[in-house]
Ligand binder design. Sequence first.
Ligand SMILES: C[S@@+](CC[C@H](N)C(=O)[O-])C[C@H]1O[C@@H](n2cnc3c(N)ncnc32)[C@H](O)[C@@H]1O
Length: 411
Amino acid sequence: MLKKITESNTNIIIDENSFNTISKDLNIFYNPLMEINRTISILFLRSIEKHFQLKNKLNICLPLCASGVRGIRILKECNNINSVKFNDMSKNAINILIDNLKLNNIDYIQNKEFENNYINNENKVEYRKNKNIVFNMEANKFLHNTFYSDYIDIDPFGSPVKFIDSSLQKLNKNGFLAVTATDTASITGSSKTASMRRYGSHIFNCENKKELSLRVLATHIIKQAAKLDLKLTPIISYTVKHYARIYFKSEPGKKKVDKHLEKINSFYFCNKCRNYSIELNKCNTCQNELMSFGPLYSEKLSDIKLIKIMLSEFELLKKEINNLNFQKEIEFILNNQIEYNSVNLPFGYSISKIIKYKNINFELNKPDGRTPKLDDIINLIKEKGYDAYCVDKKYLLIKTNMPFKEFYELF
Ligand SMILES: C[S@@+](CC[C@H](N)C(=O)[O-])C[C@H]1O[C@@H](n2cnc3c(N)ncnc32)[C@H](O)[C@@H]1O
């Protein structure tokens, strides 16, 4: 059953079955929870123009576009777009996409039969570059045959790995790649073998899993891009319950790539006192042998200045569109990334785990007047001259540049 819904200020038709049951087996996929993901992509595209002082309008490529809501919203909510190339291998998805383009009065042409030889005809390329075009192909085949794009968005159900190489081949040298991974068991270390097999990093399930999952995904994509002499830098990265999402900026240059690869390191972890390190191999707090994991990208995962621009764009978007959904969630995600990236360490220290190891009998924030409050601990660290942010309330995970030994001794 087809059904009309509204997301942001866009009316779209979706398959009611795909609305109610989210499954990779369904042909026409619409996940209402991914509205957060789509709205953040709008904020990203609106903000990069200012942040990177882009002069030209962007050519957008959506190899897995489903019913087209992301692309249609991009065209309606961003002023800096030249064209969107829509592709999905599902015929049903494409039929619904076309209905949605018509519903929203968006001009498009359909690539009924892809002409392999169009590439030799410059005028034809120029003509097509500026058009919104609908393709119905397997995503890798589409990418191999299509234009270079300024922004490619890989948003599959499951792992993105099989689409990365072909996307990188068709990304402009100074372009942007957005990637969603919903295979959280692989990237968080819940499934150790999948993480190594798919992403080439050894990782385990721990209190830092949100940040480390982003680092697993980032590392894989940075290494794949390096093979093409492309430097890919993560500029916005976040996790939501069932997925991780990273936006990268690309730059060409062998030397830049070589330097960038130096930021991929082994990490070390003490499974007793919860020390994390990128330098030690023996714990300087409890003298335990440290476990190694990785390799993982160790630099910042988000650009704080860009996030701040996105937050101010969000204020504008809220004025342009009445009742934009998930406002609190989006603000939380963006602000949380500012906190995660204010300290240049690739992991945090968990108060809960340290207390457990030390077998100390107190609960933070207990209103008995004797036990410390989280804010008091953060203030104490700051008074000692360090930065400190609680980035995850569940584990009382603190990102701080205070040395672990000193942090450990606070409790
Ligand atoms: C999660 S949905 C995409 C959602 C969409 N990006 C959005 O923002 O709403 C995944 C889509 O990928 C399509 N798909 C899966 N594998 C594909 C492949 N190898 N080539 C092209 N499309 C594919 C499916 O038909 C489905 O429509």
